[in-house]
Design a protein around this ligand. Sequence first.
Ligand code: GLN
Length: 558
Amino acid sequence: MVIENDRGWLRDLKTKFIFITGGVLSSLGKGLAAASIGALMESRGLRVTFQKLDPYINVDPGTMNPFQHGEVYVTDDGAETDLDLGHYERYTHARMSQKNNFTTGKIYYSVITKERRGDYLGGTVQVIPHITEEIKRSILEVADGIDVAIIEIGGTIGDIESLPFLEAIRQFRIDVGKENVIYIHVTLVPYIKAAGEVKTKPTQHSVKELREIGIQPDILLCRTEHFLSPEIKAKISLFCNVDEDAVITAKDVETIYEVPILFHEEGLDDKIVQLLNIWTREPRLENWKDLVYRLKHPKDSVRIAVVGKYINLRESYKSLNEALVHGGVANNLKVKIDYVDSEELEKMGCRKSLSHADGILIPGGFGSRGITGKMKAVRYARKRNIPFFGICLGMQLAVVEFARSAAKIRGAHSTEFDPRTKHPVIYLMKEWYDYRSKTIQRRDETSFKGGTMRLGAYPCVLNKGSLAYRAYGVTEIFERHRHRYEFNNSYREILAKKNLCCSGLSPDGQLVEIIELEGHPWFLGCQFHPEFKSRPMDPHPLFVSFIKAAYQTKQLRK
Ligand code: GLN
């Protein structure tokens, strides 16, 4: 338990804190670095957790366009969070929730709420101390029972927006004691071809900027294409005022799961435990080494076509990508993902876009753009016995396509795209029992805009004998949701007559969570997002099964 001292802060906290900042430019892989550090600490037997502090003003990324911000990662408790939380969960056993992601918007929201309530007793509410105290309070929320909390600050040093966060983490070290906090700065050491050497100046400048606001980094993670020579490390050490063995080469790697191993070889985890004065065993990295070996030595490959709207941005389907890779590793296969733009497919036709695919996957999505192309892909997979995996919107469109062309229900649609359809096979359910809040939920067309999505982990009961049951091997599962529309139960019977069965239902039988097509080698749609729960060490059963089926299709073709 945590105890407050007279400053309202916590002195006898057992937790150690690692703050991670980024310099020079964005996309240096701070999230992966944080996740990898977590993996190393965990493999030394420590309990870790993470937090992402994002400087933007949106309260959460739920409303942000995936084109701009990448995937929205959903946690068990239904938080819509930054995609880095996905990395944290994939690399460690830490489980993320609402309190593991704070934004400027969320911080201000709670400060303003307190101000309106009169909590500040007439005081002037200011960035320092009120916003910074709120930030520090948020950081402490994740610390209870944790050995090492890894806190990543979004954005790049020099951004105006991140200043309150940086000020808060600067103060934090004084609050909880110097021995309990380190700062790690992720920076870039570019290789300049014309000069034939790596350049340290951007790193020097970035560290200088960090020191101007009072933070002296303890460790530098230098992103680079080449290993840094001892001379370069010595130079960076001298100019940036860090120990030589704290200048770590974070070289580009073939697979992201190699990063923990690389960091360990560079001595990063040793340095961290030395600086934080933690006594632990040596890390056990056999499982990571085995994973990387299997990733690099697949017995064969499969091609999966992912038909979606955000195909030009891999970031938008981050977890999906990884889940496919995990499904591949489990089968000793390399998964080659072809991103197919559904609008292109609409124009070009399926044969051109999908003829090489051993499996077809339609991921989640919002909005009507490209849905005709996606439905064409469903039909193509259905007719040609190609393994088909529909996730959330992908499942809904599979139902629509099947209703129209196999069950001959003319004009069948989802009310998301045609509110007046005569046959709303997918619709907004007016009333349903919500297992998370344990209340009856009500919805109609006017209430659906804000905050009424079904979010987070829900139970689902599987039909014994179904494909889903064979994949999972258990009858009850918990999977994460993020959607408004649902399968319309009035159509269950007609569709079942044509072999489209509901093989996974909510425990009260009211919500259809999984549909399957009998007689097809592998045709499954789920209302939830299984990709959020896939881990490299624990691949998701549906992805394992889907990839296996895709490989069988490939074998048959030969
Ligand atoms: N747009 C659909 C809905 O809201 C599907 C959402 C999704 O795929 N995540 O129900």
